[in-house]
Design a protein around this ligand. Structure first.
Ligand SMILES: Cc1cc2nc3c(=O)[nH]c(=O)nc-3n(C[C@H](O)[C@H](O)[C@H](O)COP(=O)(O)OP(=O)(O)OC[C@H]3O[C@@H](n4cnc5c(N)ncnc54)[C@H](O)[C@@H]3O)c2cc1C
Length: 545
């Protein structure tokens, strides 16, 4: 899902007569009169329409004004990615003349996608390309007015983008038309960011949850069902579990506190994930996985965090931060971890463009023969320093403590001391980051000397450790000393059942932990994806017990 296409015929393929005949046996016929609305902007309860006779038009609506995007004739069909999830329509559809249509409901459509390879591929390709077109042309029901100097603007923009929701962005500092819109909706500049939702609702600095609610991002999700599997977290591990679970016939609900993608979603290019030799952005990877999971029938709920797990009952129940709760016969915990970040206001702006959280060949290539800074005093920082010292011009290792002895293994300290390309800076902290687009300068402060220095350094590695997102799981699970969840053979006598625990199973039977949240995990996209897929095999076994 990388290149935004211009509107082309391949976005609007035509079914042949045999395909129409096959679908006619499972769809419902509908007659529409000229000018009749087939479905409207914001509606969520319609299926996909195939034109049998006559013609219909797809219309975008913005500030009450309409623009015809496409006319569909016999054999052509409506729909885009929302059709799979049941989210609200971003366009209006109207009959141009008296027409005969065939409506395929969501369940029917999913069945076709899974059983008919040719039709499934044609629908999915068209849906994905149409969504890209809508995003690229800001067609839809969202207008965000904000400022590039406001972090809440960035939060909302990031949330909309990471959820693939098309929107128009107006910047109060640079957009010449913004005053007209502000006047029309009686918005004061001091109130930004402001989101205009569906052309009528004005949300002032809304939370992500408010945004999701207004655009119906969680529409179509059944919260009364007892799911075979609930996955907490839609990072690589959770999305993999959703794809495998749903494709193998389990009813799956994914609960995500923000947007699909997890930590990987914040990476501008992942180059070490198998099958993507040119690299892939974390966002692209997440978008693809999201569509794949929905294609197989998984439900993915966003902007809702799991707040607690009722682990002393079956089925397990998860309470959500908006007051709702959901039940599952099995659970996969894939809530990941968060790297401890430096408290610097512009840190996020350089993540991936000068700030790195891992030191592999890829990052070493980015740094070339330049100077680098590593922050951290643990083994991972020591290993990174030694690794990078082989290629970088010089490595500065910034440590908060007086030295490395308390936090790093002896053998690493000895090698670092013997390496002329590494300078350890004890009691030193990063004070400021500067740059334009890419990190260009780092200022650090030697607390003992009380002096600050600015260096022209473009590469900073944060090896300050990661905190698992396990705060909400109080008392339920065996964890290691850093609060990562212990699984399988590591459970020791915290396991209570007669059968041995499955790999990845936590101390609660039927609850699994995958990816970065798991004690001893390898902090990589591939391993999270591998564990997410693997855990589903054991879920089947638990459900059969
Ligand atoms: C900037 C950056 C670049 C990286 N680059 C690479 C790379 O190039 N190659 C590589 O292999 N690895 C890379 N990594 C590491 C990789 O991204 C992680 O190892 C991987 O994302 C872990 O996947 P996960 O599914 O276990 O958890 P995460 O990716 O952490 O996803 C967890 C998800 O759970 C959600 N969540 C958390 N708490 C809750 C809750 N209570 N309720 C609901 N949802 C919750 C989070 O919002 C998140 O979406 C990078 C990491 C970062 C931060």
């Amino acid at each position: 899902m990388t290149d935004a296409p211009a509107q082309t015929d391949s976005m609007f393929p035509r079914l042949d007569d045999a395909q129409i005949e096959r679908l006619a046996s499972i769809g419902a016929r509908r007659h529409v009169e000229p000018g009749e609305i087939v479905f409207d902007l914001g509606s969520e309860d319609h299926g996909m329409f195939i034109v049998l006779q006559g013609s219909i038009e797809i219309v975008s609506v913005s500030h009450g004004e309409e623009a015809v995007l496409r006319v569909l004739e016999r054999g052509q069909f409506t729909g885009e990615v929302n059709q799979l999830s049941g989210r609200r329509s971003l366009v209006r559809c109207r009959a141009r003349e008296a027409s005969e249509l065939l409506e395929l409901g969501r369940t029917c459509l999913r069945e076709i996608m899974q059983t008919d390879v040719a039709l499934g591929e044609m629908f999915l390709r068209a849906f994905v390309m149409r969504r890209l077109y809508l995003i690229a042309n800001s067609v839809g029901d969202a207008v965000l007015i904000g400022s590039s100097h406001s972090s809440d603007t960035l939060r909302i923009r990031t949330f909309l983008s990471r959820n693939g929701h098309p929107h128009t962005y107006l910047d109060v500092e640079t957009d010449p038309d913004v005053q007209t819109v502000l006047d029309h909706f009686e918005i004061r500049v001091t109130e930004i960011p402001v989101l205009i939702c569906r052309g009528e609702l004005v949300l002032r600095n809304p939370s992500n949850q408010d945004v999701a609610k207004c655009f119906g991002l969680n529409a179509g999700i059944d919260e009364t069902a007892v799911y075979d599997l609930i996955v907490v977290g839609a990072g690589p591990g959770g999305l993999a579990a959703a794809v495998y679970g749903a494709s193998e016939g389990l009813s799956v609900l994914v609960v995500e506190s923000n947007a699909p993608g997890g930590q990987a979603g914040s990476s501008s290019r992942i180059e070490n994930y198998l099958g993507f030799p040119m690299g892939i952005s974390g966002q692209d990877l997440a978008n693809r996985a999201f569509v794949q999971a929905e294609k197989f029938g998984a439900s993915i709920s966003v902007a809702r965090a799991a707040r607690s797990l009722k682990c002393d009952r079956k089925p397990y129940a998860i309470e959500l931060d908006d007051g709702g709760s959901v039940e599952g016969r099995s659970i996969i915990l894939a809530a990941g971890a968060q790297y401890r970040k430096l408290e610097l206001p512009n840190l996020a702006q350089f993540e991936g463009v000068g700030i790195y959280y891992g030191a592999t060949q890829v990052e070493a290539q980015y740094c070339g023969k330049e100077d680098v800074v590593i922050v951290g005093g643990g083994n991972s920082a020591g290993q990174a320093a030694l690794f990078l010292s082989a290629t970088a011009r010089h490595v500065y290792l910034l440590v908060r403590r007086a030295g490395l002895a308390e936090t790093m293994s002896r053998y690493l300290i000895a090698r670092i001391e013997a390496c002329q390309e590494i300078t350890v800076k004890p009691r030193t902290e990063v004070e400021a980051l500067e740059g334009n687009g890419h990190l260009e300068r780092v200022r650090w402060r030697d607390r003992q000397a009380g002096a600050s220095e600015t260096h022209e350094i473009r590469h900073l590695f944060l090896m300050t450790g990661a905190n698992p997102n396990t705060g909400w799981l109080r008392g339920c699970f065996a964890m290691d000393e850093k609060q990562f969840i212990r699984t399988g053979a590591d459970l020791g006598d915290t396991w209570s059942m007669r059968r041995p625990p499955f790999p990845l199973e936590t101390s609660r039977p039927g609850v699994f932990a995958v990816g970065d949240i798991r004690a001893g995990s390898v902090k990589r996209v591939a391993s999270a994806v591998g564990e997410g897929s693997m855990a589903v095999q054991f879920v089947h076994k638990v459900l059969a017990e």
